[in-house]
Structures are given as C-alpha cells and as structure tokens.
Design a protein around this ligand. Structure first.
Ligand SMILES: Cc1cc2nc3c(=O)[nH]c(=O)nc-3n(C[C@H](O)[C@H](O)[C@H](O)COP(=O)(O)O)c2cc1C
Length: 285
C-alpha cells in the first residue's frame, strides 16, 4: 500500500537534546499539520543510547482520510543520507513502538510517549519559554487564554484584573528595551500586560495574589494549547512598573503587575521534577 509520507524537519545531534525534549517538540509540531499524512518519529540507537530525530522536511501535504495514522518508530538511519526513498526503507525496517489511529487525539499520543512514572498535564509540563517562532497566535487561542485568566480565584471574588493584549512589534520592542529580564519581548509575537485595577477593591492588599493566580492560569492554558509563555516580572519593582506605565500610558488607577510573553515555542525546555518531600509537613490524627 502506498502511503503519503510526511517527514518533519526536527533534528538533533547526539546529546544536543534529550529524547523527552524531542518528543515534546514532535508533538507540538504535530498540532500544526494542516491536513494529514503518515508521520514518523525516528530514533537511532547509537553506541547503546538513543539519539532521536524526526524525519526530514515535510514532503507532502496530500490530504489523507480522517483517522490518519501516527507511527512512532525506532530504526537505523544514516544521517548523511539525503535520499528520501532510502530513508523510508530504513524507516520501514524500524520497530514500531506506538501507532495511534486518530491524529486529532494528540493527548493519547502524549500519554503514550510520556514516561510512566511522570505525572502529565500542563502543570507538570509547563516551562518558561523565552524564544518564539514568528508565527501569529490564532484568535481562538488568544480568547482561550483570556478566558483562562479571568477564571482564576480572587479574594472576595474581586477580580481586579485588566489585561492589555499587545501584538504591536514596535511597542513590544520598546518594552523590551527597558526590561532587563524581558528581552524576549523584542521578538515574541504576543504578550499580555496584566494590570491590577485599584478601583473598588474589596480586599485591597490581596490584589497581587489575584493577579498571580490569573497569570498562572494563562501559563497553564498556554501549555495546554501548545504555546510557550514566560512570566516577566514588573510589580513591585518601581523601575519596571514605571517603564511600562510610560510606554503604555497606563492610567493612574491601574498598576502594571507583570507581562506574559506568549507565542509558538522555538525552544522546548524539558519538564523538570521539583518535588521535594522534605518540604511536606503532614499532620495526621
Ligand atoms: C514572580 C515571577 C517572576 C518572574 N520574572 C521573570 C522575568 O522577569 N523574566 C523571566 O525571563 N522569567 C521570569 N520568571 C520565570 C522564572 O525564572 C521561572 O519560572 C523559573 O526559573 C522556573 O523555570 P520554569 O518556569 O521554566 O519552570 C518569573 C517567574 C515568577 C513566578
């Protein structure tokens, strides 16, 4: 049976990326594929350890019937081999590890690829992303992030947030200029400026906690929908808040809390396990 081949261009030299980073990268790229095709994730066993990479360039965007297959393979592969047919032959001799019927069901694939002993989901997978691709974030995704922000808990349910959605390159570059820890804003395609509204606060001292909860919601939802994000701190640093006030001409009753840089990731930091049992203090009867 002739298959439509779709080979994707993710490469890593030995030791450059962990298998887990490549798997994540692969999964995120998978979400971008407009139609479908067979996708091969390759792994090469070299000197007893796995070196992973995913195919070559996208070769075909031929539409396939719904329910495309995703194969996850290991196989021997000659890195210098440019010929796609030889590559395919090598691939087919590979061992099929996973085969997932529905491309739409990426989470299923994710689960298969995730290490057994590692909790999965956006909380455990989120990392700060500081390099972004020059690809616009879809309107629906922006909307989801805004909804996620405002779903946060807040003291006395005061919901003190205001959010500036900024996609203006010139202004973002200006913001980056005055923020030593916000340099990624000079190329990120999008950011949210999170502000606290001081009017009518029911629990005046707790607005920063409310804003922090809203921010975390955005970071987690971004992870869930394949976007990268990073929290760029403003409050309580007078210089940083002042810079944003000046650039954005923020009105007096609003306090710039932080900036969340957002976009499709150009880097894929691997999840880290920060669990430390010594910080748990359990009390039982
Ligand atoms: C309150 C707060 C302020 C932060 N400020 C910045 C910042 O200004 N610039 C930045 O690049 N990252 C900032 N971060 C991101 C942290 O550096 C990052 O979360 C931390 O190193 C852990 O890495 P991870 O997010 O990849 O898990 C901030 C995070 C928090 C929670």
């Amino acid at each position: 049976m002739k298959r439509n081949m779709m080979l994707m261009g993710l490469w890593a030299r030995e030791g450059e990326k962990t298998p887990q980073e490549l798997e994540r990268e692969f999964l995120l790229r998978l979400e971008e594929i407009p139609s479908s095709g067979d996708i091969y994730l390759l792994s090469e066993i070299k000197k007893g350890r796995r070196v992973d990479f995913v195919g070559a360039e996208v070769k075909s965007y031929d539409p396939l019937p719904r329910g495309m297959e995703v194969w996850y393979l290991t196989g021997k592969f000659d890195k210098d081999e440019e010929n796609h047919d030889t590559m395919l032959k090598n691939l087919q001799s590979g061992e099929v590890l996973y085969r997932v019927q529905e491309q739409g069901d990426n989470r299923h694939l994710k689960k298969l690829l995730w290490k057994d002993d590692q909790p999965s989901g956006p909380i455990f997978e989120r990392r700060s992303v500081r390099h972004y691709r020059q690809r616009a974030v879809e309107e629906e995704k922006i909307e989801l992030l805004l909804r996620a922000a405002m779903q946060a808990p807040s003291a006395k349910n005061q919901q003190p947030w205001e959010i500036i959605v900024l996609e203006n390159r010139k202004i973002m570059k200006e913001l980056a200029l005055g923020l030593d820890y916000g340099k990624m804003l000079d190329h990120a395609p999008l950011c949210f400026i999170m502000l606290g509204n001081m009017d009518n606060l029911k629990s005046p001292l707790r607005w920063p906690q409310d804003l922090a909860a809203a921010t975390q919601n955005v970071l987690l939802e971004a992870t869930e929908i394949g976007l990268g994000s990073v929290w760029v701190s403003l409050y309580p640093d007078e210089q940083r808040m002042g810079h944003v006030r000046e650039v954005m001409d923020v009105e007096e009753s609003l306090i710039p809390f932080n900036i969340i840089a957002l976009g499709y990731p150009q880097e894929f930091p691997a999840p880290v396990d920060r669990f430390d049992r010594s910080k748990v203090h359990r009390i039982k009867e």
